[in-house]
Design a protein around this ligand. Structure first.
Ligand SMILES: Cc1ncc(COP(=O)(O)O)c(C=O)c1O
Length: 390
């Protein structure tokens, strides 16, 4: 089976982990953590990095550092991974879902503006923050959103879990809002096994995030706690892996961009596929090669996934939008009605991603594309046969 994703781990990671074990600093203090935090923040173009246990914790920590809490609303794309919305609920605040825009799949800024205007008019504006998500490696068009955030005094927390190194107008994603959040899960552009990072250029938010992630000890008196903190500490062992990975990040991104070019070159002549794009203002890092399967392809998305599985090609369907998730349609976390969400529902139904791992070879890409062509021919053949029988 050609896996949908695979990390690239080698001698450099092993050497640093070995050095870490030999140093005896294996927990959440040690030189690798500081190095990873400083270097990753610098990579994102900001001053402060706060490592965490994972990307979900990074999102929670960022919102907690902003003092988001009960009574507050946070605007979240409905088309995202659940962690984006869950982090809002961990703070006791309410996520308000916003539909996607059809080209980059990110937040539809017009829908954000509509919601803010409506709430302002009714005198019920409770939105404190917005979380743009840079999906599948393509940045969101941030300027219009940053402008709205300024106008309505909203904090901007970028969810860049899937977009390490992606650029918006020449600047790195994650370093453009008040805080940026990353995941270093094994399938990400760089990994620490599990892990995450909050980055920011704001010293006050950085200090607060650093305190909250380590149980919020009173700086003047250890084991005295004025507020509720968490244990979201990354280990030095993970950071050792992360530093080795960070040194290779440009190579990883180059590999992803090469992979995308190879797929696009081979698939663009097939009918009924909407392939990923790169906007003129963007650098797409193609975390995943995600595409939409249109009716002209001949098979539905699910039929295509089943066909490819049979041929030894693993794929994943796109996220199920948050407004359709049972956790948000009933019970304690029932979301506020803010539909309809036609774009998110359509892309969720048509979208899948192809094998996109860092170890993917040209011959594997060739094989996947050949199977895609066969699938389309088989599907269209069947449709034509059926039409001629009618
Ligand atoms: C958009 C997005 N946000 C947040 C996360 C959460 O990261 P983690 O799995 O490290 O908790 C992910 C993880 O895949 C993600 O894709």
């Amino acid at each position: 089976m050609i896996p949908v994703n695979e990390p690239s781990i080698g001698r450099e990671e092993l050497a640093r982990v070995t050095a870490c074990v030999k140093s005896n600093w294996i927990s959440s203090q040690g030189k690798f953590l500081k190095e990873l935090e400083d270097e990753f923040a610098r990579y994102c173009g900001v001053r402060f990095g706060i490592s965490t246990t994972n990307g979900t914790a990074a999102l929670h920590l960022a919102l907690a550092a902003l003092s988001i809490g009960p009574g507050d609303e946070v605007l979240v794309p409905t088309f995202t991974m659940a962690a984006t919305a869950f982090a809002v609920c961990y703070c006791g605040a309410r996520p308000v879902f916003i539909d996607a825009e059809p080209e980059t799949f990110s937040l539809d800024v017009n829908r954000v503006a509509d919601y803010l205007r409506r709430q302002e008019k009714k005198g019920t504006l409770r939105v404190k923050a917005v979380i743009p998500v840079h999906l599948y490696g393509h940045p969101m068009d941030l300027d219009p959103l940053l402008e709205l955030a300024r106008r309505y005094s909203l904090a901007v927390v970028e969810d860049a879990a899937e977009a390490h190194g992606a650029e918006y107008k020449g600047k790195k994603c994650g370093g453009l809002g008040d805080l940026g959040c990353f995941s270093f899960y094994a399938n990400k552009i760089i990994t620490t096994g599990e892990g995450g990072m909050v980055v920011t250029d704001n010293p006050r938010l950085a200090d607060r995030a650093r305190s909250l992630k380590d149980l919020a000890h009173d700086p003047g008196k250890r084991f005295r706690h004025i507020e509720l903190g968490f244990n979201y500490r990354m280990t030095n062992l993970q950071a050792a892996v992360g530093i080795a990975q960070l040194k290779k990040i440009d190579r990883h991104i180059q590999q992803k961009r090469w992979m995308a070019g190879e797929y696009t070159r081979r698939l663009e002549s097939l009918p009924g596929l909407t392939l990923p794009q790169e906007k003129s203002w963007a650098k797409n890092v193609y975390w995943m090669y995600g595409l939409l399967v249109e009716p002209e392809f001949g098979l539905t998305r699910d039929q295509l996934m089943a066909y490819l599985k049979e041929k030894g090609v693993d794929t994943r369907s796109f996220f199920i939008p948050m407004h359709l998730q049972p956790v948000f349609t009933q019970g304690r976390y029932k979301a506020k009605r803010n539909g309809p969400f036609p774009v998110a529902e359509e892309i969720a139904q048509k979208g899948l991603y192809l094998p996109s791992g860092l170890t993917l070879t040209e011959s594997q890409i060739q094989y996947v594309c050949r199977q895609m062509k066969k699938a389309s021919l088989a599907g269209r053949g069947q449709i034509e046969a059926e039409l001629s029988r009618r």
